[in-house]
Write a protein that binds this ligand. Sequence first.
Ligand code: HGY
Ligand code: MN
Ligand code: MN
Length: 437
Amino acid sequence: MERKHDGHGRDAPRDGHRVMAWADALAAHSDRDGELTLTYCTPAHLACAQAIGGLMREAGFDSVERDAVGNVVGRYRGTAPDAHTLLTGSHFDTVRNGGRYDGRLGILVPIAAVARLAAAGRRPSFDLEVIAFAEEEGVRFRSTFLGSSAVAGRFDTGVLETRDADGISMAEAMRGCGLDPSAIPALARDPSRLIGFIEVHIEQGPVLLGQGLALGVVTSINGGVRRMIEIEGLAGHAGTTPMTGRHDAACAAAEIVLAIETRCAREPGLVGTVGQLEVPNGSTNVIAARCRLSIDVRAPVDAQRDAALADIDREIASICARRGVTWRSDEVMRAAAAPSDPGLMRAWSRALESIGLPAFALPSGAGHDAMMMASLCPQAMLFVRCGHGGISHNPRETIRADDAQLAVDAFVAMLDQLDAAAVARAPDPAPTETGPT
Ligand code: HGY
Ligand code: MN
Ligand code: MN
């Protein structure tokens, strides 16, 4: 394919610009004006799903459907009879006031690749299934990986009764946008029919930017645990209650936040974040009776993460005992660290080298649908350089059109690599039955 640019984005060719324009178009669907916030089963979420389905149809997929959990699934048939399936995709929901490439890039790059193949009348030997996962971030209902857990056969039906901030249950929200929770278990894919799962994702960090590289192969995805901590103290008059002897839930929380930061800063690779911190029904002139905070702890190795969590629990218990407040902890997410499949990593590396790029490898600090899909089949990811210092989960998240172009080139090259491997693996065609001579 003719490329008109010199790699510095001065004149990125068609697919790169098309991916950027599609990302802009999908970003127009938001729960809130003036920012990109797209949460599960809102009207904007449904409109975005429909827009993705439209892009798939225009690209030339053989079938496009919205499944029972709200994933948008495009299938592009392979040439081999009884072909196995390569799964790919990522999520289209976002964090609050998020970026327009997180998740979406892993949907739009494969769509652009299929459009390129369809336009050239080309098909891989295997079936390709591009899945726009309906929910990964866990913003509206705190549960995460809803879309990919359904495909992996790990959907926890218990979450159907969780309620959002307005008291709407997930099951009600799903039915309200035409989904059928009872049909979710049937979405589980048969692992024996799968080649694996590959995911393209914006790096959401500064490593590729620092290396001056457009793309990188992911070695493993950090394992994460998310918890909600509720602290119960004693309300009191802000003006008449002496400072000694207070049971101030907010002060306990403040000590806990800093204890988490101190513990997680002690080891390379370990990260800990309190992203939510609130005094429910608080008043300026009342000592905080309650305080709620979220904890997100991650590490490349589950044991490292769990050791940090055990220390954090001990620290919370000590702080609360000293301050005379009580606490409870609810675990809302636990995702095991997911090493990439070596064979798929090698295929990504060969794909990059085949388009003239170094096969640079790096770990993922962020969580991805690929870690859920790792329970179903082999997985490996491709990262795309993240601009603005690598910032993400922020509207300043950005990529370059020529990097998007290279991502499409690499994706098509990856299909070629997997095709060559499939052909190499394919048993010699059975000798055709020769009739009586
Ligand atoms: O939190 C994460 O790492 C991902 O963006 N859900
Ligand atoms: Mn994200
Ligand atoms: Mn993501």
